[in-house]
Design a protein around this ligand. Sequence first.
Ligand SMILES: Nc1ncnc2c1ncn2[C@@H]1O[C@H](COP(=O)(O)OP(=O)(O)OP(=O)(O)O)[C@@H](O)[C@H]1O
Length: 484
Amino acid sequence: MLLCTGGTGAPRRQAWDLKGKVSDMEGRIRNYQTRVKSANEENEVLKGSVVQSQSRVAELEKKVEAQTSKIRFDRDLIWGKRYIIYVGNIRVFCRVRPLVDGGLSNHIQLAASDDKSIMLAKTEESHTGKNTETQKNYHFSFDRVFGHQASQQEIFEEISLLVQSALDGYNVCCFAYGQTGSGKTYTMEGEEVDDSRGVIPRAVQQIFRAGEKLKSQGWEFTFTASFVEIYNETLRDLLYTGKSSKRPEHEIRKTSNNEVTVTNLTYKKVYTEDQVFDLVDLAKQNRATAQTAQNDRSSRSHSVFQLQIEGANAGRGVKCKSILCLVDLAGSERMMKSQSQGDRFKEMTSINGSLSNLGIVITALANKESHIPYRNSKLTYLLQDCLGGNSKTLMFVNISPELDSFGETLNSLRFASKVSDVCSNNSLFYLGSAVITAITTSVILSCLLRHFNVFNFSHISVKHDSLSSQVNDCVIGTASSNRK
Ligand SMILES: Nc1ncnc2c1ncn2[C@@H]1O[C@H](COP(=O)(O)OP(=O)(O)OP(=O)(O)O)[C@@H](O)[C@H]1O
């Protein structure tokens, strides 16, 4: 405390000094307070723009999500429109191998007007002896028929949308069925030369390249390859590199997630398409080695290539998992029982068993039966995840053009035709059920609305797809005619 006692100058000066300092400090405090205030205001503005940016990011993410599902939907729609494929259903393509000289026999005729029909013609000696010859024609139609000139590129273009959907999380299975020498391996694996490469290398290339592109949208994919041969109901690892004397045995098992797995099988993580091509070469070598030991074994066994795909988008917190499964089936030719003995008989029984069980499983799936007999053969048990549930399946029926293969060609086309019929009949049945359900729902709804006099029917606007507009037309039409 300062005391002013009788005119001494020093204390007064000190007091003035102190007063000056205090007012200086007060000025600085006011200054700081103004700055804090404006910083707080700035902070509020920034907070506001952070919230705005966050909601914009969320909005953009929603748009990306919607765009991605639209792309996926469009892809399904394009594929669906062309082949009316539904998840859990099978489409069938037929491919005719050229003759050795590159041509086509007269007994196989493809329709000039469309690319879906094929006719087998057989000229027979007349039994009555009156006419010298009669011709019997067998007509078949499939989702697509490829003539002998169709290139590997053309074939792949037709299935590339299907392959792509493996990255969308669908299980995809594509298999080649037909007699030995009809072109199954050529279709699935092809040859080394670029133009002659088959479905497996092209599909692998497409998957890896598309996976790379999806990185820019935050997706990271991991791929795991396996290659198995099923011979006489026994599994053999085609990626095995150890001593042949120490080859392990394999069993098909279910994991705790109810997924199919094979014990002791090589599941190889792959990061590039070239790594997969090396594995395909290794599988070829392994098959060839077995073939020298047991004559013509490769055409008597099924080979199953599987690429497990796991995708994760950390930014969006989503994951997907699927399998791309490409199968070269054993030759479907039926040997005469009398001609097959010993090993040949065993081979014949196991091939016939597994192929006919494949047909039974496909039929059961198409009929949406409660029990699907996957476990009746190693092939269907192994393919269980790829055939049922969330899966899209395509079957190639490969046929040989030689006249002496007529009987086998007819059998193959009949098998494929059954598969095709059972699936398309069921597709039509389910489409029919959907239409009936839609009509019933609309009729009930319109009755209810009319009963409660809620709307004037003439004002119901129909802006959806043509199906619902037809349903509504029908309902409105009925309603007005009833009124008259
Ligand atoms: N579309 C085609 N164009 C040209 N050559 C073909 C075609 N399809 C098959 N070939 C040739 O015909 C021969 C037999 O074909 P491929 O080996 O693919 O038959 P396959 O049905 O797999 O027989 P297997 O059951 O014995 O394995 C091969 O030499 C193959 O190169």
